[in-house]
Ligand binder design. Structure first.
Ligand code: ST9
Ligand code: ZN
Ligand code: ZN
Length: 400
């Protein structure tokens, strides 16, 4: 009884339990509402529009030229709009189930991290603090250049040694195995901000940030996720190995090695090593990643597509080694730079460029300036403010 009351209270406090489908346009301003949203177009209608559908990426590949020393420029093609989930239930029938093990572990991690911050300023050696920053950046690049831009979006290709390296530094971040991360992320793009989105930002900041890891997934996430094509992931032996041996790999890479290195290389104490280089660094990296799901889906401008909630957020981009340009990224998910501005505030893009220079990365996909400008004029917030729209944003079908 007590347990149930506590659970209900907690879920009401931290989660918006209303799962019912909210349209993509529910929080737009009055002037925005004059526009016909792209998502309202009949899904079978053919329009000139790029798609977030990750399953489109294999077909995008076929329209790309392979230019080894130059980025591929993606030109707009006629494609079918991605399916949007139609789970408009008048009343939510899903009963959210809190996973108390995760609540306790994440609560402990955050409290331990506060102690880590205290130790950073009071007793840790400067080498340990620097090492924590180094691990945050490296594991962050493992998330961004590896799980995100390579495995989830296939926005460039990587040779085997680079894939192994990316898998290793990604493991330091402990954000699930590559397959699981990429699967959830593809579902996030395809069904963004619906019940089928694992971290649906329509359910509030807390849910999008960490709450989604504290409860069982909405059944729609699993149902829609099972229909996503993931064959390319399992075809990669690095992904298969990573999934098969994930537990020992993550224990070693995220916890054991980061704790032992400062102790054995420069004589740090066990406590400083554990709380600064391991627990605080891990927690900090997680929060920087989660901010892309929460803050960058809520705060910032929308120069590319006002019909979607993801935003351009410079602060998030700074902490997430280049991943805060989220309105651009959801509009052009196959661009390896995840931004119109290339390497500006984008450490990950610099990393991939250096790897390309070394011959380890190739087939980097980008979007042409003409296509970006055309898209901004058609669906970006500035164009919408500048022009009264009478016939919906989708009225133009030719952009370049
Ligand atoms: C973490 C991940 O933090 C962070 C990801 C962030 C993504 C950000 C993206 C933004 C862009 C990139 C920016 C990067 C910036 C980086 C900056 C760095 C400085 N489709 O999962 P289960 C199946 S992880 C299809 O248990 P529950 C599944 O296969 C943190 N199927 O669901 C299984 O089937 P079977 C560390 C799916 O029970 C069954 O469903 N990790 C899908 O609801 C059950 O799966 C943790 O803390 C799908 N999408 O539990 C672990 N999903 O039985 C946390 C699931 O046949 N996770 N299935 O095998 C958990 O404990 C649980 O997953 C749960 C849900 C409690 C959350
Ligand atoms: Zn997103
Ligand atoms: Zn993405």
């Amino acid at each position: 009884m007590c347990h149930r009351v506590g659970r209900d209270l907690l879920s009401n406090l931290i989660f918006d339990t209303n799962f019912s489908q909210v349209t993509h346009r529910s929080n737009l301003s009055i002037s925005d509402k004059k526009m016909a949203p792209l998502s309202s177009v009949n899904p079978t209608q053919t329009v000139t529009q790029t798609t977030d559908d990750p399953t489109m990426e294999s077909s995008m590949d076929s329209i790309l030229q392979s230019v080894p020393d130059e980025c591929d420029k993606v030109e707009e093609k006629e494609v079918i709009l991605p399916e949007k989930t139609t789970t408009e239930s008048p009343k939510d029938e899903h009963n959210m189930q809190i996973v108390w093990r995760n609540v306790i572990l994440f609560a402990y991690l955050h409290i331990a991290s506060l102690y880590g911050v205290y130790l950073m300023f009071t007793s840790a050696m400067w080498q340990t603090n620097l090492f924590a920053v180094f691990l945050y950046l490296m594991s962050g690049i493992g998330v961004t250049a590896g799980a995100h831009r390579l495995w989830s979006h296939r926005s460039y290709k990587a040779r085997l040694p680079l894939r192994i390296f990316l898998a290793f530094i990604f493991t330091v971040a402990f954000e699930n195995d590559i397959f699981e991360w990429a699967r959830d992320h593809r579902v996030h793009h395809k069904y963004s901000e619906t019940d089928a989105d694992p971290h649906n930002a329509k359910r509030g900041f807390f849910f999008a940030h960490i709450g989604w890891l504290l409860c069982r997934k909405h059944p729609e996430v699993i149902k829609k996720g099972k229909a996503i094509d993931l064959s390319d992931l399992m075809a990669d032996p690095v992904v298969r190995f990573h999934r098969k041996h994930y537990v020992p790999l993550v224990v070693l890479s995220c916890f054991v090695l980061p704790t032992l290195v400062p102790m054995y290389l420069w004589g740090e104490t066990f406590m400083n090593s554990l709380f600064v280089a391991t627990l605080f660094r891990f927690c900090f990296t997680l929060n920087q990643t989660w901010l892309v799901n929460s803050a960058a889906h809520m705060w910032g401008n929308r120069p590319y597509d006002i019909n979607i909630n993801p935003r351009e957020n410079t602060w998030v981009a700074l902490g997430a080694v280049g991943e805060g340009f989220h309105n651009y990224h959801h509009t052009f998910p196959y661009d390896y730079a995840t931004s119109e501005y290339g390497i500006k505030l984008n450490l990950t893009t610099t990393f991939i460029d250096v790897m390309a220079w070394l011959g380890l990365a190739y087939d980097r996909k980008t979007v042409s300036k003409g296509m970006i400008t055309a898209r901004k004029l058609r669906t970006g917030e500035d164009s919408v403010r500048a022009q009264p729209v009478t016939n919906g944003v989708g009225s133009s079908t030719k952009e370049d």
